[in-house]
Design a protein around this ligand. Structure first.
Ligand code: PLP
Length: 385
């Protein structure tokens, strides 16, 4: 650390200088985060001093967090449930798995080798989570449509199973597992059904309103016990804003830890000191956009996705599958090389480690028709270089 600090103007200049190197949104086609909603940013700045780890001080901010949880619960079909705001999808999934394991223990069903049934396309956050919690993954290969097959899930359940994870919007392809079928097939078993809707939570409900044929994934599906949903992805809120929601009113309390201090309420999240700014920003964005605002944004994303796929096909590209959400998987030989080439030309896309001949393009708010018009010829050039 410096012995004597430098003036604020100097600090600002240096930070701006470094951040100039960050890629501008109009060259980013790999990110499910986007330029955050300005009202969220403004309100987060206003709440920069708040800490939801100390709710005796930040009572008003805590009330806002509860309002957000209530909004999200009723949005996902279960006003009587419970939940908390967390740092993102990884923390939400971690809490869900811990609650699943502890529920099995409470019912006297926890064996020495607890297992969780997941699909082969489940998000890699679960690798971290299983390592931390001592859970073993039972990996079910996805079917030809890249979905977790309900019958196979049911077949893999045994005495060790504490949970099943379905994904509503896979990270690589935006595929929605048949949560309704999975719920129906495993209902007879006493296992926790968790839905990771970190990607799809802020798309699927609006897309369904617009008539897209997507499986239902929320608490209206029998058997769904918990849901991860991430305002900081398609919810347009600035990072870090995630949420974990439970069907049961006491679900969130299953993960509950006392502080050292008398009178300090229990913590129900991993983070102790945590940003009230995230709760405030999420509240601001949800209230300001409402269902109609999100539906409009979703409609625009689907329209741009359709435009992108048309332009790609015109250039002779093939898709790995027709997109369910606004994530497009394009078949490209030597995809990793092409992706590196694009990066050296200033464009960011992603390539799956597992589906190596595919480039994944995410269409979110900052990906406009103009961006598509610039990008498609560049992708075409990159494969012919
Ligand atoms: N689950 C899914 C389906 C995701 O797509 C992601 C991130 O992209 C996560 C979980 C992890 O979320 P986070 O990066 O917010 O921890």
């Amino acid at each position: 650390m410096r012995a004597v600090g430098v003036p604020a103007s100097d600090v600002r200049r240096r930070i701006a200088e470094e951040m100039k190197d960050d890629v501008s949104w109009d060259r980013v086609l790999n990110s499910i985060c986007t330029e955050p909603h300005p009202l969220g940013v403004e309100m987060a700045a206003a709440a920069a001093h708040t800490n939801l780890g100390d709710v005796r001080i930040f009572r008003g901010t805590k009330r806002i967090e509860r309002k957000v949880v209530e909004l999200l619960l009723s949005f996902l079909g279960n006003a009587d449930g419970s939940g908390n705001l967390v740092s993102g999808g990884t923390e939400a999934n971690l809490i869900a798995m811990l609650v699943a394991r502890e529920s099995a223990r409470a019912r006297g069903r926890l064996t020495a080798r607890p297992e969780v049934v997941v699909s082969s396309t489940v998000h890699f956050s679960f690798d971290k989570i299983f390592a931390v919690l001592g859970l073993s993954a039972v990996v079910v290969p996805v079917d030809e449509a890249m979905r977790l097959p309900a019958d196979e899930v049911a077949r893999r359940i045994n005495d060790n199973t504490v949970a099943v994870v379905a994904t509503a919007g896979s990270s690589e392809f935006g595929v929605v597992d048949p949560v309704d079928e999975i719920g129906a097939r495993i209902r007879a078993h006493e296992v926790h059904l968790h839905v990771d809707a970190a990607t799809g939570g802020f798309i699927i409900p609006f897309a369904r309103d617009l008539g897209h044929d997507l499986p239902q994934f929320d608490f209206s599906v029998d058997g769904v016990d918990s849901i991860t949903i991430d305002p900081h992805k398609y919810g347009l809120v600035n990072v870090p804003a995630g949420a974990i929601l439970f069907r049961e009113g006491e679900g969130a309390e299953r993960f509950s830890f006392d502080s050292f201090f008398i009178g300090t309420p229990v913590h129900n999240t991993f983070l102790g000191t945590r940003p009230g700014s995230a709760a405030v920003a999420t509240y601001a964005v949800l209230e300001n956009l409402g269902r109609s605002g999100f539906t409009q944004i979703t409609r625009a994303n689907y329209e741009t996705t359709g435009y992108l796929t048309t332009r790609l096909k015109e250039k002779g590209f093939e898709l790995l599958m027709e997109p369910q959400l606004n994530i497009v998987a394009v078949k490209v030989a030597h995809a990793a090389l092409i992706s590196q080439r694009l990066e050296s030309w200033g464009w960011i896309v992603s390539t799956s480690r597992r589906f190596v001949e595919t480039i994944r393009l995410v269409v979110t708010r900052h990906v406009t028709r103009d961006v598509v018009d610039e990008f498609v010829p560049v992708l075409d050039l990159a494969r012919h270089e």
